[in-house]
Design a binder for this molecule. Structure first.
Ligand SMILES: [Zn+2]
Length: 365
C-alpha cells in the first residue's frame, strides 16, 4: 500500500500513511451511518487532530533545518506523525531544541486559545474546569465547543509527547539529550532505552488490565522504537572509524532518465539485476523491478516519472553516517560521488555484512 502524497512545504514532502486513510474512511462512514447528528463535530475534531499533528511535526522540522539537518518527509500516521530527517542530531543541545519544538507549539496553541476565548468572551465550557463531576459531560463539551476541541487535541498532543520520557517520543529525546550532557551519546542512549523499556512494560500491563487496546499498542511501539534506536546508535558508534571506500561497487548499471521503463526492463533482464541507477538531469535516482511491474500499463513512459531520487554519498564518508542514510531512506543502494564524479554505488547488503561481522567479532570467546 502506498501513502498519499499531499504536497511539499519548505522542501519537505508531506505524506498521509495508508492506515491514516483507512481510519479516516472508517470514521466518516461509521459516523454517517450510526450518528449523523454528530457527523460534523467529529469530522472537525479529526481534521483538527490532523492539522495539529502536522504543525507539530513541521515545528520539529523547521528547527532541524535551522541546525542544517535536512528533513526528507513528514509522514502522518493515525497515532501521530514522524519527520524523517537525513541524520540524527548528535549535539545534545540541538536534539533538545528539535525535540521540544513540537510540544511547545501545541502548548502555545493552548495558551493562545485560552487568551482569545477569555478576551473575546467566546463560548467555552469553563464549568468543565470548575467541577470534577463535569468530566462526565466531557464528550458533549468536545462536540459542542469547537475551540475546546482544538484546545484539548493540542493539550493532549503536547503533554503525551513531552511528558512521557520514553524514546522515540519527544520526551525521550529530551531525556536523552539531558543524559548526554553527563554521559557520552551511546551511554545516554542505552540509559534512555532502558528507562523506555521499563516504561513500555508498565504501560503494557496497564493497558492489558484496564482493557485499553490503544495503550498496549503504544507500549509496543515504544519498546520497538527505543530498542531500534539503541541498536542504530551503538552500530553507528562502532563504525565511526571505518570508511566505506573498500566496499564500493565500481561498475553499477546506469540508465538515463530519458529512457523508457521498457528499456529499463530489458537492461535488468540482460544484466540479471532488479534495480538500476538512474542518471538524472541533476543527481541520481533509482528504478526497481517492482516499479516496472506496478507501472506495466505505462511501460512506454520515461523512467524520469517513476525513478525515486537518491541521496548522494561521498567516498570518504564514515560508514556510521552511511548506515544512517540507508536506515532513514530504505534504498537498496546509494551512489558514491568523488570530486563531483560518480565512482560507484554502495549496496545495503555490504553494510549488512559488515554489521554481522562486527557482531561476530564482539562475541566473547
Ligand atoms: Zn514530536
Amino acid at each position: 500500500m502506498k501513502s498519499l502524497f499531499l504536497g511539499k512545504i519548505f522542501g519537505i514532502e508531506l505524506e498521509l500513511h495508508w492506515t491514516f486513510l483507512l481510519v479516516m474512511i472508517f470514521v466518516i462512514i461509521s459516523q454517517a451511518i450510526f450518528s449523523p447528528q454528530t457527523f460534523l463535530p467529529i469530522i472537525f475534531l479529526f481534521f483538527m487532530l490532523f492539522l495539529s499533528v502536522f504543525l507539530h511535526e513541521l515545528c520539529h522540522s523547521l528547527v532541524s533545518l535551522s541546525k542544517h539537518i535536512k528533513v526528507k518527509k513528514i509522514m502522518l500516521l493515525p497515532i501521530g506523525g514522524v519527520a524523517l530527517s537525513e541524520r540524527m542530531p548528535e549535539n545534545p543541545k540541538d536534539e533538545f531544541l528539535i525535540a521540544i519544538a513540537g510540544p511547545l507549539f501545541n502548548f502555545l496553541v493552548v495558551f493562545v486559545l485560552l487568551a482569545v476565548v477569555s478576551v473575546f468572551n467566546l463560548p467555552f465550557p469553563w464549568e468543565f474546569f470548575n467541577n470534577p463531576q463535569n468530566i462526565a459531560k466531557f464528550e458533549e463539551y468536545l462536540l459542542t465547543y469547537p475551540l475546546f476541541a482544538v484546545l484539548w487535541v493540542n493539550f493532549m498532543l503536547g503533554a503525551f509527547n513531552l511528558f512521557v520520557p520514553a524514546l522515540p517520543l519527544d520526551g525521550g529525546r529530551v531525556f536523552r539529550s539531558l543524559l548526554a550532557l553527563k554521559f557520552d551519546y551511546v551511554k545516554a542512549t542505552h540509559l534512555a532505552t532502558r528507562a523506555s523499556t521499563i516504561f513500555a512494560i508498565m504501560l503494557f500491563f496497564l493497558g492489558f488490565f484496564s482493557g485499553s487496546f490503544m495503550l498496549t499498542i503504544i507500549a509496543a511501539l515504544i519498546y520497538l522504537g527505543s530498542n531500534q534506536e539503541d541498536q542504530l546508535v551503538t552500530l553507528k558508534h562502532a563504525f565511526s572509524h571505518i570508511t566505506i571506500s573498500h566496499l564500493i561497487k565500481k561498475r553499477p548499471f546506469v540508465i538515463d532518465e530519458s529512457k523508457t521503463l521498457k528499456e529499463a526492463k530489458e537492461l535488468m533482464l540482460k544484466k540479471n539485476v532488479t534495480s538500476l541507477l538512474v542518471k538524472r538531469n541533476k543527481g541520481y535516482g533509482i528504478i526497481l523491478s517492482e516499479d516496472i511491474v506496478k507501472q506495466k500499463a505505462n511501460i512506454d513512459s520515461q523512467i524520469s516519472k517513476y525513478a525515486a531520487e537518491l541521496p548522494i554519498l561521498s567516498a570518504n564518508s564514515a560508514s556510521s553516517d552511511v548506515m544512517e542514510k540507508f536506515y532513514t531512506t530504505g534504498h537498496p543502494f546509494l551512489p558514491i560521488i568523488h570530486n563531483s564524479k560518480l565512482i560507484g554505488i554502495l549496496e545495503a547488503s555490504s553494510l549488512e555484512k559488515l554489521q554481522k561481522l562486527h557482531i561476530l567479532q564482539k562475541l566473547k570467546p
